[in-house]
Write a protein of this length. Sequence first.
Length: 262
Amino acid sequence: MWHAYWDGRTAEARERLILQYVPLVKYVVGRLAISLPHFLTSEDVISYGVVGLIDAVERYKPGRNVKFSTYAIARIRGSIIDELRSLDWVPRQVRKQAREIEQAMSRLDQELGRPATERELASSMGLTVDKLQQALFDSSAATISINRMVDADSSDRSSQVMPELADDKALDPLDYSERMELSHALAQAIGQLSTREQQVLSLYYVEELNLREIGQVLEVSESRVCQLHTKAILRLRTILQRAIRGETDEDEAGERQPAEVG
């Protein structure tokens, strides 16, 4: 089909290719479910992704050192995210709520010297556990995915969306070193999460399971997976921000120790 398309560039050949790869769009939509606004249907998001798929088919050239599926997934994700940004669909109150949870979590984690439980976090914010979990679910769309924490060259939209798909050979030594340093910091930060949060991130980003599949593995609902993912991302952001500022839990704990008397 690719040779037929490249030889004639006919609309019919292009349509056959698009239909062949539509499952890639459905795959990407399933993977993005954690951060999609609740008022959008899957059909809406699939239509955004198809635009990216068409773009990928038209731009992909023979002789590339990357498989079409890899190239197309980045374009599909980019198309969906661009459309969501244009909708400006995250209410200001939801963003404010996500920041408040993140700040409370950072403060409490440092005070306890370990990841705070949801009961402890809810108590510190004056909420019930149910209300905290609902807030985490609502805030899922306002969080940043791990894929965007380790960002790539801003001139390439596909590498912004999925930097792990960017060609390392194209990086100069300094860029490569910085990326490896960020990856190392991220790995250390993940090690400070709770076991359940690490499980969710591993199943989602490494095993590439969707919400429903993760829920089946952990024996929880899809909405609970969404809550756990949001909590993990908020906690990761606070850990990475402290690392960037050069702070450590040990340093801050030392500052909080009262002076010895006598």
